[in-house]
Design a protein around this ligand. Structure first.
Ligand SMILES: C[S@@+](CC[C@H](N)C(=O)[O-])C[C@H]1O[C@@H](n2cnc3c(N)ncnc32)[C@H](O)[C@@H]1O
Length: 259
């Protein structure tokens, strides 16, 4: 992918980091990460992070959760450049590896990782069944897949409200239902498959984000981000909140274990 085709170029990274925190291109911060990783022990584990983005989470997986090594993969050069900076700032370059990949099969040997992690990135990967079997393949026996992702409540035609939101977001989303996700994981061979709906939390959180965009930014922030960028995102967030309120947009936590 060339930098001009990127969905997350530098200005988008800057906007999302302003909203969600340094190194974060998804909502929730350390509290949401803690909820996602509840019950998992990452100490001394080899972790693959699919769609690592700007690297804020990888820093925490190492510094707070004790992962021995994190391999972050992403399809875009700009996010990886930011992630490299964040990882250097955190002083953990010796335990983190960042790789630009092409969409498709994972370029790792069978049974390489103890944990495959992902936060809000698999929404960009339309074929959940192929992804699940690749994740299963690169996990060691006993390894776990733990992810957060943006799901939709059904696999039929999106509602008009959802179509309007997806058009405004314009991020090539390939959203799937919890049923399809669970089927993909079970067919791949995962056991202890569990999904939990984070819609109620994100619905509230997104409203706070919209308030910030509407009234919480000072003039310097608006000029730095660009007034048109702020306006566009107020529009996108307003549309997103409608489909969060109906439940059609339903972020989930997803996990499964390789026997
Ligand atoms: C919403 S961001 C989330 C980034 C990070 N996980 C976080 O929570 O801050 C989605 C990321 O997925 C990446 N992505 C899109 N398609 C991908 C693919 N096929 N494989 C790996 N990463 C991908 C994007 O480039 C972007 O960095």
């Amino acid at each position: 992918m060339t930098q001009s085709e990127e969905l997350y170029p530098e200005p988008v990274i800057g906007f999302l980091e302003m909203l969600w925190g340094r190194g974060w291109l998804s909502p929730g911060g350390p509290d949401e990460l803690a909820r996602l990783l509840q019950g998992e022990d990452l100490r001394d584990k080899k972790v693959l992070d699919i769609g690592c983005g700007a690297g804020g989470i990888d820093c925490l997986l190492i510094s707070e959760y004790g992962a021995a090594r994190v391999t972050g993969i992403d399809v875009e050069a700009s996010v990886l450049e930011t992630a490299r900076t964040r990882i250097q700032e955190a002083g953990i370059s010796d335990r983190a590896e960042l790789i630009q990949v092409e969409p498709g099969p994972l370029n790792f040997d069978d049974a390489t990782f103890d944990v495959v992690f992902s936060k809000d990135s698999i929404v960009h990967i339309p074929d959940k069944h192929s992804l699940a079997s690749e994740v299963f393949r690169v996990l060691k026996p006993g390894g776990v897949f733990v992810a957060s992702d943006w799901l939709t409540s059904h696999d039929g035609e999106p509602s008009l409200e959802m179509k309007a939101y997806l058009a405004a977001e314009d991020l090539d989303f390939g959203m799937a239902s919890p049923e399809l996700y669970a089927d993909a994981l079970k067919q791949a061979g995962f056991v202890d498959v569990a999904l939990s709906n984070r819609n109620a939390w994100y619905c509230q959180q997104a409203k706070r984000e919209l308030d910030l965009l509407k009234t919480g930014l000072d003039d310097r922030q608006i000029q730095e981000l660009g007034p048109d960028v702020v306006e566009h995102n107020i529009h996108t967030w307003s549309l997103m909140i409608k489909v969060l309120e109906t439940g059609e947009h339903c972020p989930h936590h997803v996990r499964g274990r390789k026997p």
